[in-house]
Structures are given as C-alpha cells and as structure tokens.
Design a protein around this ligand. Structure first.
Ligand code: PYC
Length: 313
C-alpha cells in the first residue's frame, strides 16, 4: 500500500493486484458489492486502528471494466464506502506517478458513481474533472436540537452534502470539537426529519462555509465526513457540491476560478463547465490540488493477533 495526503487529508491506496486478494471479474459495482457484503472486515483491517485511524480514506486500486479507463477505484472510510472522493483521486494520481505508472498527462479513473477524467500536472499536482454535480434543493430548513433552525442547501458532488453558510461559528482548527458537534447534530437532525438527497439517499457529509482567512481565496469550509472525522482538505466532492450551488445561483460563471480554503488553510482551485443545457443545472466540476507521498508499506495479518481485523467498534 502507498500512503499520501492531499492538502492535509490522507489517502491509503491498496494495490489490489499485488495483494493477491481478488474481488472477482465482475463490474466495478459488483466488486464493490463483493467487498461490502463479503469482505467488509478487510476495510476495517486496512483502515481502522491499530493499522490506521478514523481520518484515513482508503482507495482500492483495481482493473477497470469501463472502456478507456486506466484504473478503477473503490473508496472507503472508517464506517463504509464512498461514491467518489476528490482528495483521494488526487492522492491516487500522485501515487501512480510515484510508482512510475503514470506520467504527466490525462488519466481516466472509473469510480462507482461514474468516470473521472484526471489531468496529472506534475508528480504531485492533478486536476480532476469530477462526475456531474448538481444542487438538489436550496433553502432547506431543519430543526437541530440544541441549535435551533438551520438552513442549508442539498447538493451532489459525488457524495451528498448539506451546505450551510449561516451559522455562528469561526471555522478555526481550534474549534474542531465544537464544529464536529454542530455538524454531527445537523446530520442527525436531517436523518430524523427524513431529509435526503435524490431517491432517499442519506446526506452523509455536512459542509459549513464562511469567508476565507486569505483574501486570495473565495471561501473557507469545514466538512464533516460520514464516520465523524473532519476533512483536513477543502474536500473535492464538497467543493464540487459548492460549485454546483454557486452555478445554480448564478454567482460563478463557467470557467471562473473558485479558490476553496479548507480548515487547515490549504486550497483546492475549482471551476465548472455546464454538462448540457444550463437550464438543467448540471455541472462538471474541475478541482486542482496537490498530494504528497508519506509512506509505502506491506500490511501484515498475523492469525494470532487479536486485533488482526482491526479494533472492533
Ligand atoms: O475530497 O471528496 C473528498 C472527500 C470526501 C471525503 C473525504 N474527502
């Protein structure tokens, strides 16, 4: 496996072919099902303590079954599987460069929610052209116990997000506990109120945004991930969701640059193109960021180790 971080957020790439472990030869979604229903212990063993932590996002690097793709990816975290992961895709691109499997230029990655075109700009920098993103509903108010009414927007950026601009918090790293408490309460309130993304999909990422610290940027965010860890990066799918909302409001023109600062002050540069008729409100977000390799290792599973499959929840 190869570890990296993208703008502070870690990615652990599992080189599935080298591991000797196979998910069979089905479609990517069939292989995801295999992993989810038959081998979920492997997700925990690879990612959770004692080998990993709640903060890590994993990426199984697999052979693609979609025509024209260079690789297929299944993203996972401490509690389950992600449709797409922006920081993770940039991390995979840097990992492929590190392994000598990719040179600067175009790459196509298959994910369970669609194909992502990647432009590897250098060994550490990449632009991803994400799956189509859209605002699903604007101006949604939910009653959050202990906090009152909170209004936000629901958007898809490869994962489902609830984006909130009106809140009383400073998005400071020192306030992470408070921000986590607030966003976790929002997530639970959405669930209780039956507020979902399209087709009843759970909204499992909550994004707060505010003015940037650095005037060169346009916004700062704090993103809570499904397993209650916060994204150290500005979140690729979260920035995609934000771009879709800006496009829907006519606040950002196609091709215009949006510099999204995360909670650490690291930046993703975003822009969008309309996917079709602007009236449909569907955009193709482009996100540029940098990733650095932090380690390479072989994971060992000792049958005598009581925590070989991770520390149970
Ligand atoms: O960058 O899309 C992202 C992401 C999702 C969860 C953590 N990072």
């Amino acid at each position: 496996m190869v570890d990296s971080h993208t703008a502070g957020e870690p990615t652990r790439v599992v080189l599935a072919a080298e591991s000797g472990f196979s998910l069979g030869a089905g479609s990517l979604n069939e292989r995801l099902q295999q992993l989810r229903s038959g081998h979920d212990a492997l997700r925990r063993a690879v990612l959770c303590e004692p080998r990993g932590s709640d903060v890590l996002v994993g990426a199984w690097l697999l052979e693609p079954d979609a025509p024209g793709c260079d690789a297929a990816l299944i993203f996972f975290n401490n509690v389950g599987y992600l449709g797409m992961c922006g920081h993770g895709t940039i991390g995979v691109a840097a990992t492929l460069a590190h392994l000598g499997r990719a040179r600067p230029g175009p790459l196509r990655m298959q994910t369970p929610v669609g194909t992502v075109q990647v432009e590897l700009l250098s060994a550490n920098r990449a632009t991803i052209h994400n799956v189509p993103a859209r605002r699903h509903r604007g101006n949604v108010t939910v009653d959050v116990p202990g906090h009152g009414a909170v209004t936000g927007e629901i958007a898809w950026g490869g994962n489902w997000f609830f984006l909130v601009g009106h809140h009383p918090y400073n998005l400071d790293k020192g306030a992470v506990d408070e921000l986590t408490g607030f966003t976790w309460a929002i997530r639970q309130a959405l669930q209780t109120a039956g507020i979902t993304g399209a087709n009843g999909a759970a909204i499992d990422h909550i994004e707060l945004y505010a003015s940037p610290r650095d005037p060169a940027n346009h916004s700062r965010n704090f993103v809570l991930c499904p397993g209650k860890a916060y994204d150290r990066s500005p979140c690729g799918t979260g920035t995609s969701a934000k771009l879709a909302c800006l496009a829907a409001d006519g606040k950002l023109a196609p091709g215009e640059i949006w510099r999204q600062e995360g909670i650490l002050g690291t930046v993703f540069e975003g822009s969008y193109a309309w996917a079709g008729d602007p009236a449909e409100g569907i955009v193709i977000p482009s996100i540029t960021g940098a990733a650095y390799i932090t380690g390479e290792a072989t994971l060992l599973f000792d049958p005598d180790d009581p925590f070989s499959a991770g520390i149970p929840e």
